[in-house]
Ligand binder design. Structure first.
Ligand SMILES: *[C@@H]1O[C@H](CO)[C@@H](O)[C@H](O)[C@H]1NC(C)=O
Ligand SMILES: *[C@@H]1O[C@H](CO)[C@@H](O)[C@H](O)[C@H]1NC(C)=O
Ligand SMILES: *[C@@H]1O[C@H](CO)[C@@H](O)[C@H](O)[C@H]1NC(C)=O
Ligand SMILES: *[C@@H]1O[C@H](CO)[C@@H](O)[C@H](O)[C@H]1NC(C)=O
Length: 530
């Protein structure tokens, strides 16, 4: 590229940034048909989305800047959309860290301009003078420092994070989680940390930081089975490990299973199982234990059929078939395995056809409920999804959430459909504000959930940035685990779904036929904060 072309491009991108910062209601500027078909419109839409979502990853909203760690989120004012005083969720978990750290890895790598743009937007809040790369490195440095401090203070957690409380001094123990730690959320975090290790290795410019992230991952690999494996011969991983003494270094007798739950789901929980499968030392357990974990998971992987108006669609049965269950697809290269890819795509056919057929103006995923103005503490609705293809009871289809679209946004084949569904929800009343998208909206458009969280907002950014699957693929290839990964996925999905010949795989992905009714005035806080 010549210098002149580069400076013209720079000029154009500056203009784009200043146009974007005018108005947080950018989704209204797009027509959905154009978004389905026009690559330039898709790109400018995603640039605006990543810009406004970036305003969430700022101090005392989505992160604690001093410690580099995430807050779960914040309540927002029902009128302005700005953070509601006293509404900061002063706690978080490894799952939110996973999204943050994954985006940081993508921004270092630099291939996703949306991930870069996200932090370019965030860094304006602290008047960052350096480059976005320097900002991202600074965030990563603060974060690993906070992890190290926590590890030193509470060695019994073995490098894993519980749900935690957070302030400028870093991680504090949270009531109810002072002596226990979950596997699933940490499995999500681990692959984000691995992505950081991979991109810092490839970058070569930050050897000290690389060493610190590598030691964190190594610690988690060393302690993963000690803390979470349910004993020699069991073939089960604990969903949550109870810790007898958080002040001592991990030994097996210091941990036991919390309740009955074992991590045997074919959804997000698998991220942890793959991590210990690849990187933990199984020699102290019974021979065959590693394979037994996969065998014990088998009963949960089941086919199910959605009877759409275009015919039956064979999918993998969901727990609720909430989009949240597809999280693992953002982190490991499952799409490489043809049968798993075909099952995933059928799941998204079903998801989009279900909402289309029922004229729902959006897609379903676990989220905070909508509430009346003045109520800043709505209940959390886990049980939303698609009853016909779920194994658990689905309570409601009365509210939709933007991140219902993230699986569609993630897969390259379905991304244009994902953009349309996502845009359609953002076009709803009060669904765009000064920190980007809102948690959820009632299908009548009369109520919102006045909340911003990592789960419902930034999963979409990670998904339309492509997830970290290209980075983690390189890592598991280079560490010699790719064949094991591909073999396990092909075996487990192949035994349930056969070869790549699922009913419904010729049915189209559906687009919304209803929009969220415009019943509420827009947020007024859009341009008041720079
Ligand atoms: C950014 O630059 C301004 C003016 O040069 C300076 O006053 C300020 O301290 C710098 N901020 C940071 C965070 O370095
Ligand atoms: C953070 O919380 C801990 C525990 O409540 C407290 O001891 C510490 O002083 C707090 N730090 C700040 C900077 O508020
Ligand atoms: C969600 O909140 C609305 C409005 O307050 C209420 O009517 C509804 O029953 C709640 N739904 C669930 C499943 O809790
Ligand atoms: C694929 O599925 C169709 C319809 O279910 C069936 O007729 C056909 O025989 C299957 N083909 C193979 C190779 O299994």
């Amino acid at each position: 590229m010549t210098g002149r072309v580069r400076s013209i491009l720079l000029l154009i991108s500056c203009l784009v940034v200043s146009i974007q910062s005018e108005n947080c209601h950018f989704a209204q500027n797009y027509n959905l048909n154009q978004l389905l078909n026009d690559a330039a419109a898709q790109d400018s839409f995603l640039m605006s989305a990543s810009y406004w979502e970036g305003k969430f990853a700022t101090d005392r909203i989505g992160i604690n800047y001093a410690s580099g760690l995430t807050y779960d989120g914040t309540s927002i004012d029902y009128t302005t959309g700005l953070p509601h005083p006293g509404g900061l969720h002063e706690f978080s978990a490894a799952s939110k860290e996973a999204v943050h750290v994954s985006l940081l890895a993508l921004a270092i790598e630099g291939k996703s301009k949306y991930a870069v743009n996200f932090f370019q937007s965030s860094m304006q809040a602290v008047h960052w003078n350096g480059t976005v790369q320097e900002y991202v490195i600074d965030q990563l440095t603060r974060k690993i420092g906070s992890y190290e401090q926590f590890n030193q203070q509470y060695p019994g957690f073995g490098g894993f994070l519980p749900w935690y409380a957070l302030n400028d001094s870093g991680v504090q123990l949270l009531n109810g989680w002072a002596s226990k730690v979950p596997a699933l959320d940490n499995g999500e975090l681990i692959w984000g940390l691995i992505a950081v290790v991979q991109v810092l290795t490839e970058n070569g410019g930050y050897p000290t930081l690389l060493g610190r992230y590598t030691r964190q991952v190594t610690k988690m690999a060393r302690n993963g089975l000690t803390i979470f494996y349910d004993g020699a011969g069991s073939g089960t991983v604990r969903c949550v490990a109870q810790i007898r003494n958080v002040d001592i270094l991990p030994t097996r007798s210091n941990y036991y299973r919390d309740g009955e739950c074992v991590l045997n789901d074919p959804y997000e929980g698998e991220l942890f199982v793959f991590f210990v499968d690849f990187f933990s030392d199984w020699t102290n357990y019974a021979p065959g234990d590693k394979d037994k974990v996969w065998q014990n998971k088998r009963p949960q992987l089941q086919p199910a059929t959605l009877h759409s108006s275009f015919g039956p669609i064979t999918v993998e049965r969901g727990w609720m078939h909430s989009s949240h269950e597809k999280w693992k697809y953002m982190e490991l290269p499952y799409f490489d395995i043809p049968i798993n890819n075909a099952v995933f795509l059928n799941g998204e056919r079903a998801r989009s056809q279900f909402s289309f057929t029922n004229s729902y103006p959006g897609l379903f995923a676990s989220a905070a409920n909508v509430s009346q103005p003045g109520n800043y503490n709505p209940n959390y609705i886990s049980a939303t999804g698609i009853q016909e293809i779920a194994s658990a009871h689905v309570d409601t289809n009365a509210l939709v959430t933007p991140y219902g679209a993230y699986p569609l946004l993630l897969h390259p084949t379905t991304r244009p459909y994902g953009i349309v569904w996502y845009a359609s929800m953002l076009q709803g009343s009060k669904m765009q504000g000064p920190q980007g998208s809102t948690e959820s909206v009632s299908i009548q458009g009369d109520l919102i959930s006045p909340i911003n969280t990592w789960d419902t907002k930034i999963t979409s950014v990670l998904a339309f940035s492509g997830g970290i699957i290209d980075i983690t693929r390189r890592y598991i290839q280079q560490t010699g685990h790719y064949i094991r990964f591909a073999t396990v996925v092909a075996t487990e999905w192949g035994r349930v779904f056969g070869e790549d010949n699922l009913s419904g795989s010729n049915i189209a992905f559906a687009l919304p036929k209803a929009s969220v009714p415009q019943k509420l005035p827009m947020f007024t806080g859009c341009t008041s904060k720079k």
